[in-house]
Design a binder for this molecule. Structure first.
Ligand SMILES: [Mn+2]
Length: 319
């Protein structure tokens, strides 16, 4: 909670940190120093298609310079109130991944997630490809009834793909195998003309809630009613849940996706109805979008996620 008032700087003034927050090493963080900690996971060695998500954390750091937040929070003209007032954020740096040593990389990510969880109320992880949600979730093995809300065009629940068990098409299959406490996954935004039928059958058999992008378009309010309520929720946002025209900077874009407003409303409702224990934002591959709008949109979504969480937590807003 120390450091200079960087929220008054211009967005592009460096050094780039998440929301221009102070950057601290994980080992220097003591419990209670900050409410929110943001950790980069710059790993994309598990993509099944186009790489580039390793550059996600750097792009989000740069883009969140526009959403730097000071002690007075953000002024919201629609409610004539300040939001995120008093929330203390820290940039916990990046996990130093071990490239092709998959097991070592998974171990380092899990250890970093556990350390961040011990230090802050809300750990936020910025990927990286979606395979990283598996080691991140492993850091929540002690939560007795963990729910995952996953926004994604794809199910990511394959037993394996091309003889590979730890790719970005399997993180949630590995997670339910490893975490007895992971009781349910709600996946929203599903679409595409080809899918892994075994994975869908396995997810349905386990009672997961599977919601298509088409269902969101048809009736967002009805989908919000299908979200968990009163649970400990880990929110995993694959940016390809968004429509490819709105967010093209991702490895496996799909058309007919969700709008930004739909995703924002789903995230806000998830935060409002549950206790968020962690958030990840994955699969932003900034170099696949030379306009830069994908990173800016991801940054704004993170900002609005923090606002929703803070208000649900009781931080409220100040007129
Ligand atoms: Mn995914």
């Amino acid at each position: 909670m120390t450091g200079r008032a960087r929220h008054l700087e211009l967005p592009f003034t460096g050094p780039a940190t998440f929301f221009k927050a102070e950057q601290r090493s994980l080992t220097s963080l003591a419990a209670g120093d900050f409410h929110v900690g943001v950790l980069g996971v710059p790993y994309d060695f598990a993509v099944g298609f186009r790489p580039g998500a390793r550059f996600g954390p750097a792009a989000v750091r740069s883009a969140t310079g526009r959403y730097a937040v000071g002690p007075a929070g953000y002024y919201d003209f629609e409610s004539d109130a300040h939001r995120l007032v008093g929330a203390a954020l820290v940039d916990a740096g990046d996990v130093d991944v071990a490239q092709l040593e998959t097991g070592e990389s998974l171990a380092r990510v899990e250890a970093a997630a556990a350390a961040l969880r011990a230090a802050v109320e809300l750990p936020v992880f910025v990927g990286g490809d979606h395979s990283m949600s598996y080691p991140l979730l492993r850091a929540y093995g002690d939560v007795p009834r963990l729910h995952v809300v996953q926004l994604d065009a794809h199910l990511d629940y394959s037993a394996q793909r091309n003889a590979t068990r730890y790719a970005n098409s399997s993180p949630f299959r590995r997670a339910v195998e490893a975490l007895p406490g992971l009781v349910k996954i709600t996946t929203i935004g599903l679409r595409g003309v080809r899918a892994d039928s075994e994975a869908f059958a396995a997810a349905r058999a386990r009672g997961h809630e599977l919601v298509s992008a088409r269902a969101v378009r048809a009736d967002l309010a009805a989908v919000i009613e299908r979200l968990p309520r009163g649970e400990s929720v880990y929110l995993s946002v694959d940016v390809d849940a968004l429509d490819a025209a709105e967010l093209p900077g991702t490895g496996s874009p799909e058309p007919e996706g969700l709008t930004y407003g739909q995703v924002r409303d789903l995230v806000a409702a998830t935060a409002r109805r549950n206790r968020l224990v962690g958030v990840d934002l994955m699969e932003l591959a900034p170099d696949l979008d030379p306009t830069g709008r994908s990173a800016l949109l991801a940054a704004r979504l993170l900002a609005e996620t923090l606002v929703a969480w803070w208000e649900a937590r009781g931080g409220g807003s100040q007129a």
